[in-house]
Design a protein. Structure first.
Length: 365
């Protein structure tokens, strides 16, 4: 299987450069016996670096380059984003793409460390600097694409169909389930503010940029003191702060979730804001996106969390819900949203009295 993948990658590379030979690979990702990513060493030419990463679609859904379902749209998202960002130092360089099969050959960023390594390590300063590097990287991504969304769209449209599989729209549609399942009432003022936040994120205006939408700790590589992003399968134009508040929520799409020190939040926000260019309306945008993610992430978890607590990575569903609403309540004092958040926290404590507090990441304990 790995030899077939190597030969396939060599054929794809031969379409863009001559004489490429790859050797002995290391499996980077394998699910249910299906290898989706490998590192191969480069025998020649040297300008590709010592090794490359080869990715192919997973087998959990069909890959059909003519369909808007299955794994093709996410594969196309990644290739469009890497092509668009080539030369920006935000992610790996795109090297070769076989549209018929979804195989991608990209620059190898090495073996780490990643932001996950830093957070799960034992050094506070290393973890803090890694978080700030991530915020700066996201700010650079958004600042460099803010006026170029049309250019990205042209690249993406030319590759193939768009999909509707990604979870974000579904999460928005299920927000009403949160109040019903938890038995929480929502005041008219809180409803108005929620509607305003949802509208602001849905129609981002000057905050429309290319977003990654899954900048999880293991999708962030630390290279020379700065961060680079990998895995752009969910990349698309959206509101910038969907990525920008990942340090506030935190990490709503990730397995690697523990609590962060509160004093780190303003430092993350400042690092991101400066890299973004300090746009007008930034504070409101942060509040809208934070509330948006709070609602969407809760909607994605609560229907199952009501009946049983489930492990996801290093935290449970219930720990995530309780922690996120508690942090939001403390950050929005003297408001109808604070009152709503306090009601949610009180209700979850009553429903799930045995739930342990979400622990801090090991680096911050």
């Amino acid at each position: 299987m790995t030899d077939d993948l190597r030969r396939h990658a060599e054929r794809a590379l031969a379409e863009v450069r001559e004489g490429v030979r790859l050797s002995s690979g290391d499996v980077l990702d394998e699910r249910d016996g299906h290898v989706t990513a490998m590192r191969f060493r480069v025998q020649a030419p040297s300008d590709l670096g010592e090794s490359v990463v080869v990715k192919r679609p997973g087998n959990w859904s069909p890959y059909d380059p003519m369909s808007d379902e299955g794994t093709a749209p996410s594969t196309f998202n990644e290739w469009a984003a890497l092509t668009f960002l080539d030369g920006s130092e935000i992610g790996p360089r795109p090297l070769a793409f076989d549209r018929a099969t979804g195989l991608r050959v990209i620059e190898d960023l090495g073996t780490g460390p990643t932001l996950a390594d830093a957070l799960l390590g034992d050094d506070h300063e290393t973890a803090e600097q890694a978080m700030l590097a991530t915020a700066r990287c996201l700010g650079r991504l958004h600042a460099s694409t803010a006026a170029r969304v049309g250019e990205f769209n042209a690249i993406r449209d030319a590759i193939g169909p768009h999909g509707t599989w990604y979870h974000l729209p579904r999460g928005v549609a299920r927000i009403g389930d949160v109040w019903r399942l938890l038995g929480v009432g929502v005041s008219d003022d809180a409803t108005e503010q929620i509607d305003a936040a949802l509208a602001a994120v849905r129609v981002p205006g000057t905050f429309e940029v290319l977003t990654h939408a899954d900048p999880c700790p293991d999708n962030v590589f630390l290279v020379g003191g700065e961060a680079k992003l990998i895995d752009f399968e969910t990349a698309a134009p959206r509101h910038a702060l969907i990525d920008g508040v990942y340090g506030h929520v935190p990490f709503p799409t990730c397995w690697c979730v523990n609590a962060l020190p509160r004093e780190l939040r303003p430092r993350w926000e400042h690092a991101y804001r400066v890299s973004l260019g300090d746009p007008e309306g930034f504070e409101d945008a942060v509040g809208h996106a934070w509330l948006w993610w709070l609602l969407v992430s809760t909607a994605q978890l609560v229907d199952r969390a009501v009946d049983e607590d489930l492990d996801w990575g290093i935290a449970t569903y219930r720990q995530r819900v309780v922690y996120r609403w508690s942090e939001f309540a403390d950050a929005t004092p003297s408001s109808s949203l604070e009152a709503l958040a306090r009601d949610v926290v009180a209700r979850t404590h009553a429903l799930w009295p045995e739930t342990e507090p979400l622990p801090r990441y090991p680096a911050f304990r």
